[in-house]
Write a protein that binds this ligand. Structure first.
Ligand SMILES: O=P(O)(O)O[C@H]1O[C@H](CO)[C@@H](O)[C@H]1O
Ligand SMILES: O=c1cc[nH]c(=O)[nH]1
Length: 237
């Protein structure tokens, strides 16, 4: 049975889905890390692939940018395709020069300026948090592999080009490590569906330093760290 945004059959997706924002990054990762990768979605070019990694079935699918987009795909994956775990593998803008381009941020929790979680949670302030067991497994694997990983809070914003020039400074002053545009919605949706989620972000911009990855570097972001972390994730369930 297909859904409005995923033209696939039950069983086409693995219980574990890696989810970059960029569908071309999903394709590149699938080619790089999955054996026998088969395309399982192409609706709106939101490419999805399923294959095997170290004997485990794994899917990789783009989410698009922003909370409405990832919410559509995560909802359909959890609700219609039996997906248990989604790991967002994205990029972020660091708010501190303690982080360098290419570093890894593990999002323990995500603040947001989006109304989505407030509307889901009766107007109260929801606290979107990572699945602890997945976070611990990924963090330990990253440290063991010698990766520069920092665990902490991110802010999932609706804005890439915020009109308030003080936005970045105010969020940084609150102790937030980095900006992305999806994690708060993904974490809340996982809890709503009684499923699991984690976000791992490669630093593509260090905002206070004015340092940025090129578009090609952003598209290949995460490839280098996947082999360090995926064994821990496939064996964690
Ligand atoms: O690299 P991805 O995963 O798309 O993540 C980040 O990049 C996009 C903005 O350029 C937003 O989706 C943001 O969250
Ligand atoms: O959401 C994002 C992602 C990367 N860089 C940013 O500045 N923001």
């Amino acid at each position: 049975m297909s859904t409005p945004h995923i033209d696939a059959s039950p069983g086409d997706f693995a219980e574990l889905v890696l989810m970059p924002g960029d569908p071309l990054r999903a394709q590149a990762l699938a080619t790089q890390v999955l054996e026998g990768a088969k395309q399982v979605n192409g609706v709106r070019n939101m490419l999805a692939f399923t294959g095997r990694y170290q004997g485990h079935e794994v899917s990789i699918m783009g989410s698009g940018m922003g909370m409405p987009s990832i919410s559509i795909y995560a909802h359909e994956l959890y609700d219609h395709f039996g997906v248990q775990r989604i790991v967002r593998v994205g990029t972020c803008g660091a708010l501190t020069t303690d982080l360098q381009l290419g570093d890894l941020v593990l999002a323990t929790a995500a603040s947001t300026d989006s109304a989505m979680n407030r509307e889901r949670f009766s107007g109260w302030d929801y606290a979107p948090a990572a699945d602890f067991a997945m976070a611990r497994a990924a963090y330990d694997a990253a440290v063991s592999a010698g990766l520069a990983v920092t665990a902490g809070e991110v802010m999932s914003t609706d804005w890439f080009y915020h009109p308030d020039t003080e936005f970045v400074d105010r969020v940084a002053a609150a102790g937030v490590l980095a900006l992305d545009m999806e994690t708060a919605a993904l974490y809340a949706l996982a809890r709503q569906h009684q499923r699991r989620a984690l976000t791992l972000l490669t630093v593509s911009d260090v905002i206070p330093a004015g340092a940025h990855f090129t578009p090609a570097e952003r598209q290949s972001a995460f490839g280098a760290v996947i082999d360090a972390i995926l064994p821990a994730l496939v064996n964690e369930a």
